[in-house]
Design a binder for this molecule. Structure first.
Ligand SMILES: Nc1ncnc2c1ncn2[C@@H]1O[C@H](COP(=O)(O)OP(=O)(O)OP(=O)(O)O)[C@@H](O)[C@H]1O
Length: 236
């Protein structure tokens, strides 16, 4: 059972064909990783799913076709996005960051504080004084207030120190207890730790999908598809 099914996703931007046929299934539970070399089309795939770029093909969320829907309708249907730069308001408290993210009359605070009790303890702390991992937790929590179907995290560990990557891994693990996660990630140690399934894109199309374990235990395929060894990445 999948929460998201993408078929033959195509994106053309200013006459340039960026995606030529991405197929992507996101499992209804746990973490599915979207992998690929730099420039392969991962971020554009996410933008296509979110309706942020003109796209064709089929994007089904919980069985319903969404390709004709504008982005705000997808957000209303429970897709949440955690951007690479986290986008936390540094000068505001944790509680204020969360309040500014409320999108409905019934934001899921109980869930968020159950998953991230430290955010309740730090409700009055200025977000800018939190560690990078805690800030990522705020970013994930803001999304979880509204997103109950799918959480998309775009390279949440990019540029972070290994200790912080571990904190982010914990936050994503907890988020995945509540909502399926699509994780765009280059850190294969993190993928190994979190993901059950993975999809690999190259040159704007899907070149491999299936069990994350199968791909990551196949060092030759990982090197060919991702340009990296599977044991050389930082601590998750
Ligand atoms: N708005 C745009 N206009 C023109 N070209 C674009 C645009 N957005 C992306 N591209 C190009 O499309 C290709 C795929 O980009 P995309 O950002 O989706 O890749 P990616 O896999 O997310 O890479 P990275 O890991 O470096 O973020 C790249 O060659 C990029 O330069």
């Amino acid at each position: 059972m999948n929460v998201l099914e993408v078929r033959d996703l195509r994106v053309v931007i200013e006459g340039r064909h960026i995606l030529h046929g991405v197929d992507l299934d996101v499992a209804a539970g746990g973490v599915t990783a979207l992998l690929g070399r730099n420039g392969a089309g991962k971020t554009t795939t996410v933008r296509g799913v979110l309706g942020l770029v003109p796209r064709s093909g089929s994007v089904r969320l919980a069985g319903e076709e969404t390709t004709g829907l504008p982005t705000h309708r997808l957000v209303q249907r429970g897709i949440g996005y955690v951007p690479e730069d986290r986008g936390v308001f540094a000068g505001l408290s944790v509680a204020e960051n969360l309040r500014l993210a409320e999108r409905s009359s019934d934001p899921a605070y109980d869930l968020v504080f159950e998953l991230f009790p430290e955010l309740k303890q730090r409700a009055r702390q200025q977000a800018g004084t939190l560690s990078g991992g805690q800030q990522q937790m705020v970013a994930i929590a803001r999304t979880l207030l509204n997103a109950n179907r799918l959480l998309i995290a775009d390279e949440p560990t990019k540029g972070l120190a290994p200790r912080i990557v571990t904190e982010v891994a914990v936050a994503l693990e907890r988020a995945a207890e509540a909502v399926p996660v699509l994780l765009v990630e280059q850190n294969l140690a993190l993928v190994r730790r979190l993901a059950t399934h993975c999809v690999v894109v190259a040159d704007g199309r899907t070149v491999r999908g299936g069990s994350a374990e199968d791909l990551l235990s196949d060092a030759e395929a990982a090197r060919a598809l991702l340009g990296v060894g599977t044991r050389t990445e930082g601590r998750p």
